[in-house]
Write a protein that binds this ligand. Structure first.
Ligand SMILES: [Zn+2]
Length: 369
């Protein structure tokens, strides 16, 4: 009988341990390592960096990329998968000689370290990849619900009012439009949830540089950006923002069948979002490179639970006290909804993650000359 992957060997307790394990595993694997240090420091003064590890030819014909932690609190699963790929490369199939592997660790190291989904400027980095301010959309639905999304007081009375407002909105406009209002991103309220920023954030600029240099001269690339939160417990969905008419969607379908879904067409667990990483990657890829970028989203808990945890975390950051018992409970719940402590979930994510990487590897080989 095939033994399942032991998650304790790969899942880090926190950012510091994740970074140390990633760098040590990269060195043992003989990878070329680059560290992009951010200006901001961690909670205990520790250095925060986006680290990369590259294996295979300096300019490979095809390239497999796995990035982690663009949403900081979601960083453990992606970091664990990257550690698995470095320490047990057979789990996702060995690379053919002309293929490279690039691992981009902790795109949002501040959020990973603090246990927040957003970065040091309260920005959701996966809503930051657009032209500022020309492409900032006005979000009337968010405006209508913003008081309930971003309460200054959190108690039973305010929670009940918020629940009523969301229920009434869903009754009037449908659940899909409610999800859109709650998650699509906004640029008007820097202290609000889903804030996409007013300029390209440092991590955005660093990622663009990493993508540009990493994909230079490459004919075909698959870029898997690991997320957690939406969907059935431990099950991945592969998501693109592009419509089914796009060649990227068609390649994704050929590689993954109906596990590959378009947020634009409404078939995904995710609403249609603006300013996602995929946009930046497509802009930075060499025009001659056939790039297939997508999100690998691993489900955790029901979306309502994830949403209430995010709302509470944003309240805590701007109006609460992190050191209080309540603050610690809010923090702990946010960690749980994005990185469940259950070893069964962790093991399922690593098994499924290795499968996703293996299928991308096979897709790149099949699409080759
Ligand atoms: Zn995410």
């Amino acid at each position: 009988m095939k033994r399942s992957i032991d998650p304790t060997a790969h899942f880090p307790a926190d950012y510091r341990q994740a970074r140390e394990s990633f760098l040590a595993a990269a060195e043992s694997a003989g990878a070329r390592v680059t560290s992009h240090v951010l200006d901001v420091r961690g909670a205990d003064g520790c250095e925060l960096a986006i680290d990369t590890a590259a294996l295979g030819p300096a300019i490979p014909d095809s390239l497999l990329v796995v990035s982690s932690g663009i949403h900081g609190a979601e960083g453990r699963a992606g970091s664990a998968l990257q550690h698995l790929l470095l320490t047990q490369p057979e789990a996702a199939g060995f690379l053919p000689p002309e293929m490279g592997l690039l691992l981009v660790h902790a795109l949002n190291p501040w959020g990973f370290d603090m246990g927040r989904r957003v970065n040091e400027h309260n920005v959701d980095l996966n809503r930051n990849f657009l032209r500022h301010p020309e492409e900032h959309e006005i979000r009337p639905d968010y405006e209508r619900l913003k008081v309930h999304l971003n309460p200054t007081h959190m108690d039973e009375e305010h929670d009940a009012l918020a629940r009523q407002a969301f229920t009434a909105f869903a009754r009037e406009h449908g659940g899909a439009r409610l999800q859109q209002a709650l998650s699509a991103g906004q640029h008007a309220h820097p202290k609000g949830t889903q804030y996409g920023g007013h300029e390209a954030e440092p991590s955005n600029q660093l990622l663009r540089k990493i993508a540009r240099e990493g994909m230079c001269g490459v004919s075909r690339a698959a870029w898997i950006d690991v997320h957690t939160g939406l969907g059935p417990h431990g099950v991945p969905e592969l998501i693109t923002e592009l419509p089914p008419s796009d060649p990227i969607y068609r390649r994704g379908r050929a590689w993954y069948g109906d596990a590959f879904r378009s947020a634009a067409s409404g078939e995904s667990v995710s609403a249609s979002l603006s300013g996602v990483i995929e946009v930046g990657l497509c802009e930075e890829a060499d025009p001659a490179c056939e790039l297939t970028p997508f999100t690998a989203e691993f489900g955790t808990y029901p979306p309502e639970r994830v949403f209430w945890a995010l709302r509470a975390d944003n309240w805590l950051q701007h109006h609460g006290d992190r050191a209080s018992a309540r603050g610690q409970a809010v923090h702990s719940e946010l960690q749980e909804v994005f990185s469940p402590r259950d070893p069964g979930w962790q093991s399922a994510v690593l098994e499924a993650g290795a499968r996703v990487v293996r299928q991308a590897r096979e897709g790149l080989i099949q699409d080759g000359p």
